[in-house]
Design a binder for this molecule. Structure first.
Ligand SMILES: NC(=O)c1ccc[n+]([C@@H]2O[C@H](COP(=O)([O-])OP(=O)(O)OC[C@H]3O[C@@H](n4cnc5c(N)ncnc54)[C@H](O)[C@@H]3O)[C@@H](O)[C@H]2O)c1
Length: 269
C-alpha cells in the first residue's frame, strides 16, 4: 500500500461509524487522506476517528449528522473545510434497508428508506458541490463525488422494492449529476457492492426471516452466495475498499457518470 497515494485529499464520508464507511475511512487515511466522518452514531464515528488519529498518517474528525437534513450536510462540509482547509471528495455512503413483501410496504417504510438513501444522497451532492464550486478549480485534479449504489441499482428483488428504488435513484443521480457538474470540474462516480457482511446485513438477515423469506437466521447470505454470486462467496468491507480508494485517487480522473459493480459477479453488463 502506498502511504501517500491519497495525500492532499480531504474527504467527507457519511455513515462511517461502522461497516464499509468505517473501513473506507481507515483505508483512505492509511494512504494519507484527511477524513471528516459523519454518522448519526457519534460515539461510533468518534472511535473510528480515534483509531485513525492514533495510526498517525491522515487525520480524522468525527461529527454527528443526519444525512436527511440539508443543514447537517452543509455542516459536515463546513467542518471538513474548517479542519483541513478544503474539501476535495465526498463519499456519500450512509444507507439503510428494511425488507417488506410488496403488499406490506407502507408509507413509513418507503419514506424512511427513500429519505436516507435517495434524499440523503441528493443533499450530500448539492452541499459538497456548493463548496467545491465556491473553492473553484484548485489543481489539475477534478473534485470527486462518490455516491454508494448497490446491485439493486441495476436489478430489483421482490422483498426490498423501496431499497431498490432508492439505489436506482442513486444511479440516476450519478449519471445526471456527472452531466450537471462537470462544468465545475466535479466528477460523479459510484460503486455498487453486492452482499457485504456488515451490521446492515446482520439485521437484514434477521428481517428476512421475520418476513418469511428464509427459515432461519444465517441462511440468506449463504443462499445468495451459492445461487447468485459467480465467485460463490459473499464479501466483506475489505473487498470494497480498494475500488473506493481508486475512485478517490487521481487514477480515476478521466471517469465520470459510472457505477462500478463490486459484487463477485452478481450483475454483469
Ligand atoms: N452491506 C451490503 O451488503 C450492501 C450492499 C450494497 C450496498 N450497500 C450500501 O453500502 C452503504 C454502507 O452499507 P453498510 O453495509 O456498511 O451499512 P452499515 O449499516 O454497516 O453502516 C451504515 C452507517 O450509516 C449510518 N446511518 C444510517 N442512517 C443515517 C443517517 N440518516 N445519517 C447519517 N448516518 C446514517 C448508520 O448509523 C451506520 O453507521 C449503504 O449505502 C448501503 O446501502 C450495502
Amino acid at each position: 500500500m502506498d502511504a501517500h497515494r491519497l495525500a492532499g485529499k480531504n474527504i467527507m464520508i457519511t455513515g462511517a461509524a461502522q461497516g464499509m464507511g468505517a473501513a473506507n475511512a481507515e483505508y483512505f487515511a492509511a494512504q494519507g487522506a484527511n477524513v471528516c466522518i459523519g454518522d448519526l452514531n457519534l460515539e461510533g464515528v468518534q472511535s473510528v476517528a480515534d483509531r485513525i488519529n492514533a495510526a498517525g498518517n491522515g487525520k480524522a474528525v468525527a461529527i454527528q449528522m443526519d444525512v436527511t437534513k440539508r443543514s447537517d450536510n452543509a455542516d459536515a462540509v463546513a467542518q471538513t473545510v474548517e479542519a483541513f482547509g478544503s474539501i476535495n471528495i465526498a463519499l456519500l455512503n450512509a444507507g439503510v434497508n428494511k425488507p417488506r413483501m410488496f403488499m406490506d410496504i407502507d408509507e413509513d417504510n418507503w419514506d424512511m428508506i427513500m429519505n436516507i438513501n435517495a434524499k440523503g444522497v441528493l443533499l450530500g451532492i448539492q452541499e459538497s458541490a456548493r463548496q467545491m464550486i465556491a473553492q473553484g478549480p484548485m489543481d489539475d485534479n477534478p473534485y470527486k463525488i462518490i455516491p454508494v449504489g448497490s446491485i439493486v441499482s441495476r436489478t430489483a428483488f421482490l422483498d426490498v422494492i423501496p431499497y431498490c428504488c432508492s439505489k436506482y435513484a442513486v444511479l440516476a443521480m450519478i449519471i445526471g449529476c456527472a452531466k450537471a457538474l462537470w462544468e465545475h470540474k466535479i466528477t460523479v462516480n459510484g460503486y455498487a457492492p453486492g452482499v457485504v457482511r456488515t451490521e446492515l446485513w446482520e439485521q437484514l438477515d434477521k428481517d428476512l426471516v421475520e418476513i418469511g423469506m428464509f427459515d432461519k437466521e444465517g441462511e440468506s447470505m449463504d443462499h445468495l452466495a451459492a445461487n447468485m454470486i459467480t465467485m460463490k462467496r459473499y464479501s466483506y468491507p475489505d473487498d470494497v475498499k480498494g475500488t473506493a480508494a481508486f475512485l478517490c485517487s487521481s487514477e480515476s480522473d478521466y471517469m465520470t457518470g459510472q457505477l462500478i459493480m463490486i459484487d463477485g459477479g452478481m450483475i454483469m453488463q
